[in-house]
Design a protein around this ligand. Structure first.
Ligand code: NCD
Length: 291
């Protein structure tokens, strides 16, 4: 049976550690042709810049052929059900489908109906496993061992699949996670929470900032973005000379999530996350296809 990556729990800790070993060796930026004559299809029902191009570059660096399913020109616009579209593509014998969808649970559901592997590239508010893996990989590269390190996740946690995926994964690797957000962005949780970032800033080793997921807000989510930014934007002034690192999955809303000045600071790892993302996705594609 084909193996899937729908949430990080689909891989054991040992499997994740060996992914990280592979990702380290792919970090040299070279081409490895180990997936020649393999077909990878991407299906993005939601917008994407980095995840889609990162998978594409990962596939090309492994020598695979990649096909992009163009949702806007497809038969899903002619009334075909998503399950039938997926069955059609599966019948063309792809090795992997990489799927992003606005509804929670769609990749898991479709993975049960196909012969190929399915990779979840983000579904609704539920999960985004390759993002969480690349975030953990970035933290591991910086700290060595992350066990016992403290991280604050700041922003629209309630609507973020990145936060949801990271909360589970980072805790599994021993990190202490605190959520920092106004009450309208806080999910129900057993974790430590605060509305005031200054309460935790002296005790954390890393801060993960998140975009406000406006496309997922109900009309009743009534807040002023400028008021939000005043309290939750990470600024150079707020961070001072503290010894900590800043992560953000992108896309960054400048001066709302992180200010211009801090984005240029070497403690801000946004572009390193992007680089690590390609290496992690190469390792994931290799694992799912070659085992
Ligand atoms: C995220 C996503 O789409 O879930 N972006 C990404 O994949 N790096 C986060 C976001 O859109 O805010």
């Amino acid at each position: 049976m084909a193996k899937h990556l729908i949430e990080t729990g689909d891989f054991t800790k040992h499997e994740i550690e060996s992914l990280f070993c592979d990702a380290h060796s792919f970090g040299d930026g070279r081409f490895y042709r180990m997936l020649q004559e393999r077909i990878i299809i991407t299906l993005f029902f939601e917008n994407s810049t980095r995840t889609k191009s990162s998978f594409e570059i990962a596939a090309k660096r492994l020598g695979a052929e990649i096909v992009h399913f163009d949702v806007s020109k497809s038969s899903t616009k002619k009334g075909e059900s998503l399950a039938d579209t997926i069955a059609t593509l599966d019948a063309m014998r792809a090795d992997i489908m990489i799927l992003r969808h606005e509804r929670d649970g769609v990749p898991r559901m479709l993975s049960k109906q196909v012969n190929c592997s399915v990779v979840n590239a983000g579904d609704g508010r539920f999960s985004h496993p390759t993002q969480a893996l690349l975030d953990l990989f970035t933290l591991t590269k910086h700290f060595g061992n992350v066990d016992g390190k403290k991280i604050a996740i700041v922003g629209d946690i309630k609507n973020s699949r990145v936060a949801n995926a990271n909360i589970t994964l980072l805790q599994r690797f021993g990190m202490d996670v605190t959520l920092v957000a106004p009450d309208y962005f806080l999910p129900k949780t057993d974790l430590q929470t605060t509305q005031n970032i200054e309460e935790v800033i002296d005790s954390v080793d890393a801060i993960m900032s998140l975009r406000t997921q406006q496309e997922r807000h109900e009309k009743s989510t009534n807040y002023r973005l400028d008021e939000y930014a005043k309290k939750y934007c990470l600024t150079k002034k707020l961070i001072g000379d503290r010894d900590l690192i800043i992560l953000h999955p992108g896309p960054v809303n400048r001066n709302i999530d992180i200010d211009d000045e801090l984005l240029l600071d070497p403690r801000c790892k946004v572009l390193e996350q992007v680089k690590n993302g390609v290496d992690i996705r190469m390792a994931v594609l290799k694992k799912l296809i070659l085992g």
